[in-house]
Design a protein around this ligand. Structure first.
Ligand SMILES: Nc1ncnc2c1ncn2[C@@H]1O[C@H](COP(=O)(O)OP(=O)(O)OP(=O)(O)O)[C@@H](O)[C@H]1O
Ligand SMILES: [Mg+2]
Length: 241
C-alpha cells in the first residue's frame, strides 16, 4: 500500500515518524511535476507500507495550481505516468486529504476511485457528510465518473454520551449500509501515538483504539472484496441452468 499525504499539516507523515527535514521531495513536488514518483516515495517502519510525505510547501500548491494546465488532473496524470505506474505497484493507494475543498483536495478526488469519510460523531456531523456527498456527486458528473463513497467511518465514538449515540443512529438511518459496522472509540492512546511518531498499532497494539482499527481493516478488506465480486457477477460463478 502507498499512503499519499496530501494535507500540508502533514499529520499522516508525522504519525509515521518522518522528520520534517525529510519530507521533500514529497507530494508537493509530485503534484507539480517537479520530481518523479521514485524520488518522492519512502519506505515506512511498516512492511508493505510506502509513504509519500507532505511538506509545508504543499500549502502553496493551492495557488500555484490555479494557472496550470489540467489543474484538476495533475495527481491523476502523475500517478498514471509510465515512470510511476502506481496502480501496478500498489494494490491500494490511500490519499489523506486536507480538511477543505480546494484544488489539492480536488486533485485527490479526481485521481481516486472511491472516498472513505471519517466522521466525528458530534453535532453537525450529518451536515458535514451531506456536503461531502454533494461534492462527490458533482465531481462524478464533471471530472471523474468512477468516483463514489465507499464508506463512512464513525470515529471518536463515546457510547456513554447520549449525543454520540444519537449522531450514530442518525447517520446510520440516513446512510444505511454505507456506514461501516465497525466504529472507532475515543481513545487516549490514539491521541498519544502521533507525538511518538508511531502508528497506534505499533505504539500500543492492545488498546481499544488499535483493536478497533484492526477490525476496521478487516471490514474494509471484506467490503472491497464484496464490491469487486458484485462488479463482475458472472466471472466466478457457473451459469444458473
Ligand atoms: N479515536 C480517537 N480518540 C482520541 N483521539 C483521537 C482519535 N482519533 C484521532 N485522535 C486525535 O485527534 C487529533 C486529530 O486527528 P486526525 O489528524 O486524525 O484528524 P483530522 O480530522 O485528519 O484532522 P485535520 O483536519 O487537522 O487533518 C490527533 O491528535 C489524533 O491523535
Ligand atoms: Mg487529517
Amino acid at each position: 500500500m502507498l499512503l499519499l499525504d496530501l494535507d500540508p499539516q502533514g499529520n499522516a507523515s508525522t504519525g509515521l515518524g518522518i522528520p520534517k527535514s525529510e519530507r521533500s521531495p514529497g507530494t508537493y513536488e509530485f503534484l507539480l511535476g517537479l520530481a518523479p514518483l521514485a524520488d518522492c516515495v519512502r519506505a515506512s517502519q511498516i512492511p508493505g507500507l510506502s509513504v509519500m510525505p507532505a511538506s509545508v510547501s504543499l500549502a502553496g500548491a493551492e495557488i500555484e495550481l490555479i494557472d496550470m494546465e489540467r489543474r484538476e488532473h495533475r495527481l491523476e496524470d502523475a500517478l498514471a505516468a509510465s515512470d510511476s505506474d502506481a496502480r501496478q505497484r500498489w494494490s491500494i493507494v490511500l490519499i489523506d486529504c486536507p480538511p477543505s475543498l480546494g484544488l489539492v483536495t480536488l486533485n485527490a478526488l479526481v485521481a481516486a476511485d472511491a472516498v472513505l469519510v471519517p466522521l466525528q460523531t458530534e453535532f453537525l456531523a450529518l451536515e458535514g457528510i451531506g456536503a461531502i456527498a454533494n461534492t462527490v456527486e458533482r465531481i462524478k458528473k464533471r471530472l471523474n465518473p468512477r468516483l463514489h463513497i465507499a464508506g463512512v467511518i464513525l470515529t471518536m465514538v463515546d457510547r456513554r454520551m447520549t449525543l454520540s449515540q444519537q449522531v450514530e443512529a442518525d447517520v446510520r438511518q440516513h446512510f444505511g449500509d454505507l456506514v461501516f459496522g465497525t466504529t472507532i472509540p475515543r481513545n487516549v492512546r490514539i491521541a498519544e501515538a502521533p507525538s511518538h511518531g508511531l502508528p497506534v498499532l505499533i505504539y500500543d497494539n492492545a488498546c481499544a483504539g488499535s483493536q478497533a482499527y484492526i477490525l476496521l481493516a478487516s471490514e474494509f478488506i471484506r467490503r472491497r472484496r464484496t464490491a469487486a465480486e458484485a462488479a463482475q457477477p458472472e466471472a466466478d460463478h457457473e451459469p444458473v441452468p
